[in-house]
Write a protein that binds this ligand. Structure first.
Ligand code: FES
Length: 309
């Protein structure tokens, strides 16, 4: 006793209808459409990766990404709406005939048709996996764009113990160059122009300084050095209001108190500009006693406001 999945009795058995019957013209068109959309996704996905690897073009990459996602999404929707069966299918067992009866012949023919249909569905499934792989290739782009890991780079600058303090001309800065309330941009010798090492050397009346006791020795004779990289978003802190002893960042007006360890007193910056430990040599030049004690510049994932390194 056999009944077809579309509700026919055993005598009306029509083979494994869902997976195997010969598709209608509409289903065939749907299969071709789904296959085409998946192929579009595969081609667009890998083309996107190639375009990225040869230099990239934002507009082309945008179009290809749209095609990759759109092809996969549209293919799945068409497949679900036009090819997946929506009926309940029950197939009962039928007796095994010793010889090939007319009914068995009909079953065999239906099975052959089924295998043909099943092959097409296999092809579509293969294309679906191919489309997912194409999309995966496209999604490699953000991973490739991450670049190398920063390592310790965020924690260190070019300043080292013994680095001579030089000006933009690469020559050692003389203490006599700076009058009271004067300011100079300085670098470690051999790293002039280094963005992370740029430092402001400021001279203030020594008796006004309110530095922590262990840092007073880092400001000999009122010469105090702070990182020039704003702790908010990394702009160079380029303005010094001498009358108030305040450094001001031009980007978002963060204001730092030079006398109080460059603590922020206004604006979005949440931590002080790191102070560079320096020493005044007998010849009137300066050397660093080491690197900044904290990372310079904006806070990051494991360096938040007010934290040390
Ligand atoms: S970068 Fe300095 S205040 Fe924003």
């Amino acid at each position: 006793m056999t009944s077809g999945i579309d509700g026919r009795s055993a005598r009306g058995y029509a083979g494994p209808r869902v997976r195997g019957r010969v598709p209608t013209a509409s289903e065939y068109r749907a299969e071709v459409l789904v296959g085409t959309l998946f192929v579009l996704t595969i081609v667009a996905g890998f083309a996107l990766l190639v375009v990225y690897l040869v230099g990239g073009d934002t507009q082309v990459q945008g179009v290809l990404l749209t095609l990759a996602f759109g092809g996969l999404g549209a293919g799945i929707v068409v497949w679900a709406q036009r090819l997946l069966p929506t009926r309940l299918a029950i197939e009962e067992r039928h007796p095994i005939a010793p010889a090939l009866t007319a009914e068995a012949s009909e079953v065999a023919a239906a099975t052959r048709e089924a295998e043909a249909g099943f092959t097409r569905r296999h092809l579509l499934i293969g294309l679906l996996f191919g489309a997912v792989a194409g999309l995966g290739a496209a999604l490699l782009m953000p991973v490739l764009s991450l670049g190398p890991a920063p390592g310790r780079d965020l924690f260190v600058t070019a300043w080292k113990k013994g680095s001579r303090v030089v000006g933009l001309d690469g020559k050692p800065v003389q203490a006599s160059q700076l009058p009271i309330d004067g300011v100079l941009t300085v670098f470690p010798e051999g790293a002039v122009g280094d963005a992370m090492a740029q430092t402001l050397l400021i001279r203030v009346p020594p008796d006004l300084l309110r530095l922590p006791p262990d840092r007073m020795a880092w400001a000999p004779d009122g010469y105090v050095a702070y990182s020039k990289v704003c702790t908010h978003a990394g702009c160079p802190v380029g303005l010094y209001r001498a009358i108030q002893h305040r450094l001001i960042c031009p980007c978002h007006q963060s204001t730092f108190d030079v006398l109080d360890g460059a603590q922020p007193s206004f604006g979005p910056a949440a931590r002080a500009l790191p102070q560079l430990p320096i020493r005044l040599l007998p010849d009137g030049t300066f050397v660093a006693l080491g690197d900044f004690p904290e990372p310079v510049g904006p806070s990051f994932w494991n360096m938040t406001s007010g934290d040390g390194a």
